[in-house]
Write a protein that binds this ligand. Structure first.
Ligand code: C2E
Ligand code: MG
Ligand code: MG
Length: 323
């Protein structure tokens, strides 16, 4: 209590505006606190804990005091271990691509979505839900994303040589960060040229989060790629920042109904209404629709009755290795 009171006092004092070289300045300090009892602990360790607490108070929006909490350290350590392992994974090629079929109204496979997996030497298969967010924060998504795109394009080129597989598409997921990268469009075109994949068979999946930054530049890059024949799909539609004003300006071909709306489609009237609305919207904007996470025949029939023509989910096949 005393420590906290002192922290608050410091905060107040530092919040007072002050003058620096004639102009007024204002500070919003972040204070981290840690308590220690005896003198056996090393100073560096105590400072490290105070530092962690300070980062917590920065993360909490600054201008505040936070106490050190041991769970903070566990989180930080697990994260830095993941980051270290991921750097190694990039260098050693520990990633694998899984493919999940996308089917049409006749249940014929029209293409696949490429879903990355990490074959961790100790932990086994790690799902993207666990490492993609860290890869995005650390920038490691750039080399990983490049590898995914190249691998998918190499597969397309291989499939193109057999009549049975020549028409299959592959959809690759992109992070907003990849798309924001200055050289993104040029890099994709280089990969197409080097692998010999047909642009028309490649689909790029984006989420609405890309609409949060540099929208004009992003649209420009998308248009450049669309001009080459690459198609774009808006993933997890309805879960993010669905700006209809931007939606009509993006060169999109497809919307994917998020699996969270498909899951309870048959029992939750709200989900059914959302699915119906997305299908109507897509129809009026001349976009294809793929429903994700279709697990039951009843869901498929319901969606098909609403006009849905593309389906993906465990009902047709789980993501699996190429073989
Ligand atoms: P997503 O693109 O929406 O992919 C669909 C996810 O739903 C996949 O999870 C898939 O395994 C899962 N799924 C498919 N059918 C069903 C079903 O019938 N029931 C249920 N319960 N789930 C189903 P996964 O493979 O774990 O991928 C999660 C997310 O990670 C993806 O969501 C995508 O956003 C991201 N991701 C995956 N691969 C990549 C990648 O190469 N690059 C980037 N940037 N993100 C990726
Ligand atoms: Mg996807
Ligand atoms: Mg999705």
């Amino acid at each position: 209590l005393n420590a906290n009171a002192l922290g608050q006092k410091l905060l107040c004092a530092l919040n007072q505006p002050y003058e620096l070289e004639g102009s007024p300045h204002h500070k919003t300090p972040s204070i981290g606190l840690t308590l220690f009892r005896d003198h056996e602990e090393r100073i560096e360790d105590i400072l490290k804990r105070a530092d962690l607490a300070m980062y917590q108070s920065k993360a909490a929006g600054r201008n505040t005091v936070r106490f050190y909490d041991p769970s903070m350290q566990a989180v930080v350590m697990a994260r830095s271990a993941l980051e270290r392992d991921m750097r190694e994974a990039v260098a050693e090629g520990q990633f694998v691509l899984y493919y999940q079929p996308v089917v049409n109204a006749e249940r014929c496979t029209v293409g696949h979505e490429a879903l990355v997996r990490w074959r961790h030497p100790q932990r086994g298969m790690v799902s993207p839900g666990e490492f993609i967010p860290v890869a995005e924060q650390t920038g490691l998504i750039m080399p990983i994303g490049q590898w995914v795109l190249r691998t998918a394009c190499e597969q397309l080129a291989r499939w193109a040589t057999h009549p049975a597989t020549a028409d299959l598409t592959i959809a690759v997921n992109l992070s907003a960060r990849q798309l924001r990268h200055q050289e993104f469009a040029a890099e994709v075109l280089t990969i197409l040229d080097q692998t010999g994949a047909r642009a028309e068979r490649l689909k790029l999946e984006l989420t609405e989060s890309l609409l949060l930054h540099d929208v004009e530049e992003t649209i420009g890059k998308m248009q450049q790629l669309a001009a080459r024949g690459i198609r774009f799909s808006l993933d997890d539609f309805g879960t993010g920042y669905s700006s209809l004003a931007y939606l009509k300006r993006l060169p999109l071909d497809q919307l994917k109904i998020d699996q969270s709306f498909v899951r309870d489609l048959l029992t939750d009237p709200n989900d059914a209404a959302i699915a119906r609305t997305i299908l109507q919207l897509a129809q009026s904007m001349d976009l294809d629709v793929v429903a994700e996470g279709v697990e039951q025949e009843g869901q498929r029939q319901f969606l098909q009755a609403l006009g849905c023509k593309g389906f993906q989910g465990y009902l047709f096949g789980r993501p699996g290795p190429l073989e």
